[in-house]
Design a binder for this molecule. Structure first.
Ligand code: IDP
Ligand code: MG
Length: 138
């Protein structure tokens, strides 16, 4: 079994609602190791790289504005199959529909047509985790 790393972002809604500790605690409690973590303000340039696959989609600009609206937490977690494991822990994209027991399902909801406020980001493949860790921890 190979040890992977994943990039986790706690989005501005998670930080402003003081959920940083709860979210990091859930990931640690599942058994993944925290490798690095920082509170920071994202730049538009970092977000353009991070969300490049979504450029041109209707939600892209509102998503970037939201991610610039307050501090975020960037973290690297490590463990066997952590990429898949964190995505499972985060739950599906829309917090209203995300399963109870997941971060988005337990801690998130619909705040008025703002799917972007779903608390966390997690890399979706080994290629994206390497790329994303480079953006946030270079
Ligand atoms: P993921 O975060 O579950 O991987 P993606 O489809 O990669 O979801 O979308 C990236 C982010 O863009 C989501 O986490 C969410 O914040 C936002 N987003 C996705 N779809 C929508 C939408 O339809 N409206 C508004 N925001 C969206
Ligand atoms: Mg995604």
């Amino acid at each position: 079994m190979s040890i992977e790393r994943t990039l986790v972002l706690i989005k501005p809604d998670g930080v402003s609602r003081s959920l940083t500790g709860s979210i990091l605690g859930r990931v640690e409690a599942k058994g993944y190791n925290l490798v690095d973590v920082k509170l920071m303000n994202a730049t538009r340039g970092q977000l353009e790289q991070h969300y490049e696959e979504h450029i041109g989609k209707p939600f892209y600009e509102p998503l970037v504005e939201f991610m610039l609206s307050g501090p975020i937490v960037a973290a690297i977690f490590e463990g066997e199959r952590v990429i898949e494991g964190f995505r499972s822990l985060a739950g599906s994209t829309e917090p209203t529909a995300a399963a109870p027991g997941t971060i988005r399902g337990d801690l998130g909801r619909d705040w008025g047509l703002k799917v972007q406020q779903n608390l966390v980001h997690g890399s979706d493949s080994t290629e994206s985790s390497e790329r994303e860790i480079g953006i946030w921890f270079s």
